[in-house]
Ligand binder design. Structure first.
Ligand code: MEV
Length: 328
């Protein structure tokens, strides 16, 4: 039996703009997915039920690539999640990353020698296959590497370049540069409070909404570029531990995302409720539902304010550890 785990993630800056090649930064959060893999005598099982490929396209893509293709035996997979479901916190990426690590460990890779860029790549391909080709590698890279991760279409000076990810989509090649971002000790003074509206965020619909807006108003690409510039400034602030400037960049991102039409009344209400006790607050992920985040040194007060505005909350530090094997 192998137990592995990987963290969920929140995007601090750059969602939507990253679809157009601009940088985005995500941090791994303290809520994780735990996966237990065991040999099964009763065929493929997930949480004790027969494995249904349609319900678990990410896992199916993953297993084909890493296990069944090489004649691997049926397994029983148990998934335990500390994340809000369908909330834009990267649970499918964390599942892919943890399953990949668990499969490698079963086949003999020691826990301290997990090939992180290989796991992130396989998890990204599985996620892209399951989502019809549209997935940036930000979720899978963050849940695999942990800490803070920046993804951009070019190497960015504010962060440490780790590897290049490329993916062929509909005959076209897309390339992303994946970086890690320093998280200095002083950042532990602040927490992230994550507020979930209770409504899932329809990622594909929100990405399409922005694509339509830009097709009809090409001049609004300027706002996408502005998000990219705010992200670069926010990344510098993050790596210097300048909490005030990180908060200002988060607020500016939220304003720009509102302008693109991807926020909604629930997210705005939670952001407004969080602001008096926070350094900054914004929606995180695709919007149109899902979650917001607030950076705060008073997590209890901020969480109460978000709950009074109708949200469910979770508190995390910035930059949890990445994928790992839990039972040695
Ligand atoms: C969704 O978590 C983030 C988006 O930028 C889409 C993506 O990066 O694939 C909206």
């Amino acid at each position: 039996m192998v137990i592995s785990s990987a963290p969920g993630k929140c995007i601090l800056f750059g969602e939507h703009a990253v679809v157009y090649g601009q940088p985005a930064v995500a941090v791994a959060i303290d809520a994780r997915i735990h996966i237990t893999l065991e040999k099964s005598e009763s065929g493929w099982l997930i949480d004790g039920m027969q494995f249904d490929k349609q319900r678990h396209p990410h896992l199916d893509a993953m297993l084909k690539r890493m296990w069944t293709g090489d004649g691997g035996q049926p397994l029983s997979i148990r998934v335990e999640s500390e994340l809000f479901g369908a909330a834009g916190l990267g649970s499918s990426a964390a599942i892919c990353s943890a399953v990949a690590a668990g499969l490698l460990h079963i086949r003999g890779t020691p826990a301290d020698e997990l090939p992180l860029s290989g796991i992130a790549t396989t998890a990204h391909i599985a996620e892209a296959e399951a989502q019809g080709g549209r997935a940036s590698p930000i979720d899978t890279s963050t849940s695999t590497l942990g800490g803070a991760v920046l993804v951009s279409d070019k190497k960015e000076s504010q962060a440490h370049w780790k590897y290049t990810r490329d993916l062929r989509i509909d005959g076209q090649r897309r390339t992303w540069e994946v970086h890690s971002v320093d998280l200095p000790e002083s950042l532990t003074e602040a927490s992230l409070v994550i507020g979930f509206s209770g409504r899932p965020g329809p990622t594909a619909q929100m990405v399409a909404k922005v694509a339509n807006l830009l097709a009809n108003h090409p001049e609004r690409m300027e706002e996408i570029e502005r998000i990219g510039n705010v992200t670069r400034a926010g990344t510098t602030a993050l790596s210097l531990g300048n909490l005030q400037a990180v908060g200002i960049a988060m607020n500016e991102c939220h304003r720009l995302l509102q302008g693109l039409g991807v926020s909604d009344a629930d997210l705005d209400r939670m952001v407004d409720a969080a602001l008096p006790s926070s350094l900054g607050a914004k929606l995180t992920g695709a919007g149109g539902g899902g979650c917001m985040i607030a950076l705060t040194t008073e997590p209890r007060r901020t969480a109460e304010a978000i709950e009074l505005a109708g949200g469910r909350t979770m508190v995390s530090q910035l930059g949890a550890p990445g994928v790992r094997i839990e039972n040695e």
